[in-house]
Design a protein around this ligand. Structure first.
Ligand code: MLT
Ligand code: MN
Ligand code: ZN
Length: 305
């Protein structure tokens, strides 16, 4: 299984357009202590020629441009065989609407996430301009779903979506009833491969998840915030990390402590908010996560499992 991190930042990207926090200032100054990143997305492939994109970020055009594996080889046939969505947050979905140039798209998502895209959304019609432009393959919680090639053949990869404690997308908060389908993690299996990859980049807690993470040899986990009150302490926002469905890394009950005895051999923090001190290579927080065996994901990072 080939995996490429297309984007490792949280929804604001890094640097974030309207932010002058210490990290964003370092990034704009070109400091070697930090590396700019685009928004959370993975590309996953069995054969190295057809790819599945996990989450469609607002930077999807730049992410495709930066990775030759996603460049079309003839006519208008894209190597992207499908797009998997883990929630309806705009940093995971906006990129879909940038892929409107008439290539049929297959979207794997729970019913709740798919409906949040197409119901009452006039813009979604740009992906429904002809029969077959947008196909939804439903992800049922806990059920293994085969990812298929454009030909309809199995790709060699399958995914199981499992609920993670999350939230409705901000623009639907108060408009719909919450459901366990609103936010999922993905467990990825490859035929003939004993190793499993897990991708969980939004999780407010580990309740119900912790034992399932042990199934994975490779884990991409929510690295949004170091502290629960990170935005509040910096005077940049009013929300706590957990209220935004992101378990902080640091602290007694943070993911660094809670996942210290995982069986997983490769642990990667991803969906990293621009305020997070782990982005600064000289910070004690970076040292703490690296010393604990974690990798801090960067755009373009590749892993073969
Ligand atoms: C999140 O991960 O919490 C979201 O990206 C926030 C947002 O949609 O702005
Ligand atoms: Mn996000
Ligand atoms: Zn910032």
């Amino acid at each position: 299984m080939k995996i490429r991190v297309l984007g490792a930042a949280a929804g604001g990207g890094f640097p974030q357009w309207n932010c002058a926090c210490a990290n964003c200032q370092l990034a704009r100054a070109g400091s070697p202590r930090v590396t700019p990143r685009t928004e959370d997305s993975l590309a996953v492939s069995h054969d190295g020629s057809s790819w599945f994109i996990f989450n469609a970020s607002p930077s999807i055009h730049a992410q495709i441009a930066a990775f030759p594996g996603l460049h079309p080889q003839n006519g208008r046939v894209s190597p992207i065989a499908g797009i998997v969505l883990t929630n309806g947050d705009l940093d995971h979905c906006l990129g879909l609407f940038s892929l409107r140039e008439s290539t049929p798209l297959v979207v794997y998502a729970t019913d709740a996430v798919f409906r949040s895209l197409v119901d009452r959304n006039a813009v979604a019609r740009t992906l429904q301009r002809f029969e077959g432009q947008l196909t939804h393959r439903r992800l049922d919680l806990g059920v293994e779903t085969v990812l298929t090639l454009r030909s309809g053949e199995p790709s060699g990869l399958s995914i199981t979506a499992r609920p993670a404690q999350g939230k409705l997308p901000i623009h639907l908060d108060g408009a719909l009833a919450a459901s366990p389908e609103d936010n999922v993690g993905l467990w990825v299996r490859e035929s003939g491969n004993p190793h499993v990859a897990a991708y969980v980049t939004a999780a407010a807690s580990l309740v119900g998840l912790r034992p399932l993470l042990d199934e994975a040899s490779l884990l991409f986990f929510d690295g949004s915030f170091w502290r629960d009150d990170e935005l509040i302490a910096l005077g940049l926002g009013k929300s706590r990390a957990r209220d935004m469905a992101h378990l902080p890394i640091g602290g007694e009950n943070g993911s660094l402590a809670a996942l210290s005895n995982l069986r997983t051999t490769r642990k990667v923090y991803m969906h990293i908010n621009n305020t997070n001190p782990i982005l600064d290579s000289e910070s004690p927080e970076r040292k703490a996560v690296v010393d604990a065996g974690w990798t801090v994901a960067t755009d373009g990072m590749e892993v073969t499992l």
